[in-house]
Design a protein around this ligand. Structure first.
Ligand SMILES: NC(=O)c1ccc[n+]([C@@H]2O[C@H](COP(=O)([O-])OP(=O)(O)OC[C@H]3O[C@@H](n4cnc5c(N)ncnc54)[C@H](OP(=O)(O)O)[C@@H]3O)[C@@H](O)[C@H]2O)c1
Length: 247
């Protein structure tokens, strides 16, 4: 897909991987709609940054992706504001770290609601817009934890494994209709998601990586954009972990 002039929706675009993805897409000439949850100032600043630096149309929408009706309303507003949607990056996510035997019911419910139902909600309302022109690219952000379990918690791992399932099911149904659906599964990335780590915990995680470091958010954004540009990959989950885990 030629990205210039296309309309891209990025959930969790206010910070971390989503923010870098929005910038990378804007650099390539896409118009940007970001969805965020609570960081009003950060959302405002990314919109100003991309419209000023790259001359693209950009707007931010405050919306909890776990809320079915709010997502419906927001996607409809984006379609009104931009005319259509060509690209969807389902990146919004949360991580609540708790040892399994102390895991609260609310942790399970909230993690599944944001990380898994959020992807369902967005696809549920964006795909009908893409079907109006029989084309689209969707990239979902899973995690290494969704593939090998990891050590960050069962609800998180389960939600991210579910994202791989959504990706495969949507790719089977919609690739014949011109909508390509893929996922990325990063290892640890240098963002706010891991900001509570002690230096020792961070060292331990870095040591698991064959290149001895966390990924930079722009390295994940780059892979997401490669999947959007490619016109033959669908139903794939791409590991991005410097060779820590291969399948
Ligand atoms: N960092 C890692 O090591 C890593 C590794 C593998 C996969 N991932 C995945 O990559 C994705 C992005 O993570 P990140 O590290 O960039 O995280 P981050 O820096 O914490 O950013 C999270 C983003 O998600 C948004 N968000 C959270 N809950 C939301 C909700 N209910 N509705 C709408 N937006 C919501 C946040 O909006 P506000 O700013 O408004 O709060 C923020 O923009 C997540 O799905 C995460 O699971 C991350």
């Amino acid at each position: 897909m030629e990205i210039r002039g296309k309309i891209a929706v990025i959930t969790g675009g206010s910070r971390g991987i989503g923010r870098k993805t929005a910038i990378t897409l804007a650099q390539k000439g896409a118009h940007i709609a970001i969805i965020y949850h609570s960081s009003d100032e950060k959302a405002k600043s990314i919109i100003q940054e991309v419209s000023k630096n790259y001359g693209v149309k950009a707007k931010a929408y405050k919306c909890d992706v776990s809320n079915f009706n709010k997502v419906k309303e927001t996607v409809s507003q984006i379609e009104k504001d931009f005319g259509t949607i060509d690209i969807l990056v389902n990146n919004a996510g949360i991580l609540i770290k708790e040892p399994f035997i102390e895991t609260k019911e609310e942790t399970w419910d909230r993690t599944i609601a944001v990380n898994l139902k959020g992807v369902f909600n967005m696809c549920r309302f964006v795909i009908p817009v893409m079907l109006k022109h029989n084309s689209g690219k969707i990239v979902n952000v899973s995690s290494i934890a969704g593939r090998n379990g990891g050590t960050v918690g069962v609800p998180y791992a389960a939600s991210k494994a579910g994202v791989v399932g959504i990706t495969n099911a949507l790719a089977s149904e919609f690739t014949p209709k011109g909508i390509y659906v893929n996922a990325v599964a990063p290892g640890p990335v240098d963002t706010d998601l891991f900001k509570g780590l002690s230096p020792e915990q961070r060292k331990k995680l870095e040591a698991l990586s064959p290149n001895g470091r966390f990924a930079k958010p722009e390295e994940i954004a780059h892979a997401i954009v490669c999947l959007i540009e490619n016109d033959y990959i669908s139903g794939e989950t791409v590991n991005i972990n410097a060779g820590r885990y291969m399948n």
